[in-house]
Design a protein. Structure first.
Length: 269
């Protein structure tokens, strides 16, 4: 694995040990709130985002699905059980592999392994669909990773990506917030919509749909920041400072109008 991969894996190991997964209600990705439903808890909103991803995968019972950046396994388990499919989850965090495997104990529908999306192992096999929730932003060459993912998906199979985006370039104080997010969360970069489109085209995927759901996702940042602040006092010393810093950066990022969030559906020709 590359040094960037090690850094990303180490960061997620650190946050997992500090209890951020539990603080966010199980999932470790953004939530989706329908208009007027801001009262919905974070855990329900993150499940809602998972469901939106799954709906766009066009799954059939028995399909094989690849979860790129599977986190603690909650999305993989939810999709496998709801749609009667088999999900293989990969992550660069050993802590996440261990937690996901424990969560899936006894299930024949899901499996998790330590693997890097930038250099996927050839023994993964072929999949009917693949999804990536907030994982591609950790890769320095997203187009190359998307091209490699394409090799593992059958013709006609779908890719769904849920990820942060820049509606407009961050300026002024926003530049420092963006730089802080990149540094603290081991992000390689946050694409614009145009960069997301260009990466898919370069990788050989046919774009089906690209939605900016940033306003539906925006409550996530304030709620996540609040959750991070709550656990900072009891977090291990090695993690507390990073957790507090991450909380303040996420809050500021969510308040910036340039912060968007894309839900992308693509298909292998």
């Amino acid at each position: 694995m590359t040094s960037q991969t090690d850094a990303v894996g180490g960061k997620y190991d650190q946050f997992a040990q500090a209890g951020t997964t539990e603080a966010l209600g199980g999932n470790i990705h953004a939530g989706y709130w329908d208009s007027g439903a801001e009262h919905v808890p974070m855990a329900a909103a993150t499940d809602r985002l998972t469901d939106l991803v799954a709906e766009r995968l066009a799954l059939r019972p028995g399909d094989r699905v690849l979860d790129v950046g599977c986190g603690n396994g909650f999305p993989a388990m939810r999709i496998a059980e709801t749609h009667d499919v088999h999900v293989t989850g990969i992550t660069v965090s050993q802590q996440e592999v261990d937690r996901a495997t424990e969560l899936a104990a006894g299930s024949e529908r899901v499996a998790f392994r330590l693997a890097d999306a930038a250099s996927l192992p050839d023994d993964l096999g072929t999949f009917d669909a693949v999804f990536a929730i907030e994982s591609l932003l950790h890769l320095s060459d997203q187009a190359a990773a998307l091209a490699r993912l394409r090799r593992f998906v059958r013709p006609g199979g779908r890719l769904v990506v849920a990820d942060l985006c820049q509606r407009e370039p961050f300026t002024g104080a926003g530049e420092a917030v963006l730089a802080g997010m990149v540094r603290t969360l081991e992000i390689a970069g946050i694409n614009s919509e145009q960069e997301h489109r260009a990466g898919l085209e370069k990788a050989g995927w046919d774009l089906v749909e690209l939605l900016d759901i940033g306003e539906n996702v925006r409550p996530s940042y304030a709620q996540a920041a609040e959750a991070f602040r709550r656990i900072a006092d009891t977090a291990p010393p090695f993690a507390a400072a990073d957790i507090i810093t991450a909380a303040e950066l996420m809050a500021a990022f969510g308040e910036n109008p340039s912060s968007g969030y894309v839900l992308i559906t693509a298909q292998r020709p």
